[in-house]
Design a protein around this ligand. Structure first.
Ligand code: UP5
Ligand code: MG
Length: 241
């Protein structure tokens, strides 16, 4: 699946002069047809692990913002490669225009490709957006311009558990941020910048919290209950399992 357009610098970012237009446009995807579930939680909370399982059961397209950024970082000719590399190593947030555009492009590709099943009939789709939004500006931009999110699946556990998981994964992951120094910075950004996003959605009644300290299967049992409930409450595309 092409992540971004093929030209060297093809994110087609806005130059910032279309303020009037930005204020009046409606989201690219209609949330009565396209379901977006944001998946949040600290570094190493188990977001990616749970998403992989939810895809199998519910037919989601899983888009990890971090994975899209890592692909863009390594893409030949990308204007943003060095910026992304620095942000990831330092555990800071890449400017939202880049990440939102990568997600929008990936959603468009998935909608064009389609997937088997009723939930992917023409114009319909369901997405797990993993590790996003982790800053308020991203949240507001995505909801306004790409698709109004339906739910935040929020994984919680202690920093001690997350640190131990990430150091363990770091033995084989090859990820530049799976080292103790970067992990501590990621925790800081999560507390200071991402938690306000969770609080914002919580006030809107959109957060479903799942304790991710237990085994993968136990956590999954609770995660899948949340998603089943979401689709049961929606009047469109039936649950796929
Ligand atoms: N594991 C998982 N669940 C377990 C369980 N229940 N019991 C025991 N072990 C469990 O899991 C991590 C490890 O724990 C794995 O080894 C797994 O087997 C084990 P994983 O599912 O990978 O956890 P996850 O929460 O996905 O951790 P990840 O490291 O991916 O989280 P981050 O949020 O830190 O990473 P992400 O890739 O999303 O972002 C990286 C960076 O990209 C950010 O720091 C930031 O610099 C940048 N970024 C942005 O700038 N903007 C964005 O919008 C997004 C990212
Ligand atoms: Mg992940």
């Amino acid at each position: 699946m092409p992540i971004v357009d093929k030209e060297p610098d093809a994110l087609h970012l806005d130059d910032g002069n279309n303020v009037q237009q930005v204020a009046t446009i409606s989201p690219r995807f209609n949330n009565s047809k396209v379901t977006v579930v944001f998946v949040l939680g600290g570094p190493g909370a188990g977001k990616g692990t749970q998403c992989a399982k939810l895809v199998e059961q519910f037919g989601f397209c899983h888009l990890s913002a971090g994975d899209l950024l890592r692909v863009e970082q390594n893409r030949e000719g990308s204007t943003y490669g060095q910026l992304i590399k620095t942000c990831i190593r330092e555990g800071t947030i890449v400017p939202m225009e880049v990440t939102v555009k990568l997600l929008e492009n990936a959603m468009c590709s998935a909608m064009e490709e389609g997937r088997p099943g009723d939930s992917w009939a023409t114009g319909y789709g369901r997405f797990l957006i993993d590790g996003f939004p982790r800053k308020m500006d991203q949240a507001l931009r995505f909801d306004e311009e790409v698709c109004l999110s339906s739910l935040v699946l929020f994984f919680t556990t202690t920093e001690e558990v997350m640190l131990s998981r990430l150091l363990n994964r770091g033995k084989t992951s090859g990820r530049e941020d799976d080292n103790e120094e970067s992990i501590k910075k990621r925790f800081h950004t999560y507390r200071e910048t991402t938690m306000p996003v969770v609080e914002y959605y919580n006030k809107l009644g959109k957060v479903a919290e799942v304790d991710s300290t237990a085994s993968v299967d136990e956590v999954y049992s609770n995660s899948s209950d949340v998603i089943r409930k979401l689709f049961t409450e929606q009047s469109h595309p039936k649950v796929a399992s």
